[in-house]
Design a protein around this ligand. Structure first.
Ligand code: NI
Length: 137
């Protein structure tokens, strides 16, 4: 039997500004476009976490998705939903909140709490068509 991949998807809304402190507003606008608006802007994000493993003989679960839901809420969603990612979120301090960096930060928040199976990937959707997947370390 091969590996089974189970997914949990969730939504959050957050604001951000992408910028490099060493650059002017004009230079930042050139690199980051609308996402570098000096006063920020919002996105309706989605996160998808995937846990890989073998279904346990007793339960048939790789991991109970209720557990994944709770970890995702407590370790990530409660900290980012309706927040400004540049200033409100302790684990994003000093990190430019690109979709890539949010995915890496979400992985770090969640990975060690997955008690069955193994965290396989974290996807962050910034828009319907732009998304990033991180597969950890
Ligand atoms: Ni943006």
């Amino acid at each position: 039997m091969g590996i089974v991949y189970v997914y949990r998807r969730a939504h959050f809304s957050a604001s951000h500004r992408l910028f490099d402190q060493a650059l002017s507003d004009e230079q930042n606008a050139e690199i980051f476009g609308a996402c570098s608006n000096p006063n920020g802007h919002g996105h309706n994000y989605y996160i998808e976490v995937c846990v890989a493993g073998m279904p346990a003989a007793k339960t048939g679960f790789v991991i109970d998705l209720k557990k994944v839901k709770k970890i995702l809420e407590e370790k990530f969603l409660d900290k980012v939903d309706h927040k400004n990612l540049n200033v409100d979120v302790d684990f994003m301090k000093g990190i430019n909140p690109t979709t890539e960096n949010i995915a890496v930060a979400a992985w770090k928040q969640i990975a060690s709490h997955i008690s069955e199976g193994k965290l396989y990937s974290v996807r962050i959707y910034e828009t319907e068509n732009n998304f990033v997947e991180y597969r950890g370390d």
